[in-house]
Design a protein around this ligand. Sequence first.
Ligand code: DAT
Ligand code: MG
Length: 142
Amino acid sequence: MTEQIERSLVIVKPDGYRRGLTGEVLRRIEAKGYTVVELAVRTPDRERLAQHYAEHEGKPFYEPLVEFMSSGPATFAVIEGHGCIAGFRALAGATNPTEAAPGSIRGDLGRDWGLKVQQNIVHGSDSAESAAREIGIWFPES
Ligand code: DAT
Ligand code: MG
C-alpha cells in the first residue's frame, strides 16, 4: 500500500485526441477510481516538449517524437490517487502497442503504424520524481 496520495501527469497524445479517444481514456481513469484534478486541451510547444522528453534527447526516435507530439491538440490531465503512477502505467500498457496487453489502453486502442515513432495514444509519468517535474512543466500554476 502506498501511504502518500500520488499525482501523475497523463497526456492523451495527438493521435488519441484526433481519434476522439480523450473521453475513453478519462473514462478508464475514472472507472479505476482515480480523480482528475487538472484538465486542459492544448497543442504542445516544442520548447516544453524538449524539457518533458529530455531523457530521450539523441535517440533515433527523439525528433519524430517531438514532431508528432507538436502536430496538434492533446489533452493534458493531472490525476490523483494512491498508487496512481504505477496504476495508470498498468492501464496504459506497454510502450509498443503491438506488445501491449489486451485490456490496456494501448493494447485495446493502439497499433503499430510503421512510423519512426510509436504513436501509442497516452503518456503517463513513470515515477514520483517524473510526475512532479512533468506537472511543473505543463501546469506550472498548480
Ligand atoms: P513510455 O511512453 O511508455 O514511458 P518512453 O518514455 O520510453 O515510453 O518513450 C516515450 C515515447 O517515445 C513512447 O511513448 C513512444 C516513443 N518510443 C519509445 N521508444 C521507442 C522506439 N524504440 N521506437 C519508436 N518509438 C519509441
Ligand atoms: Mg516515458
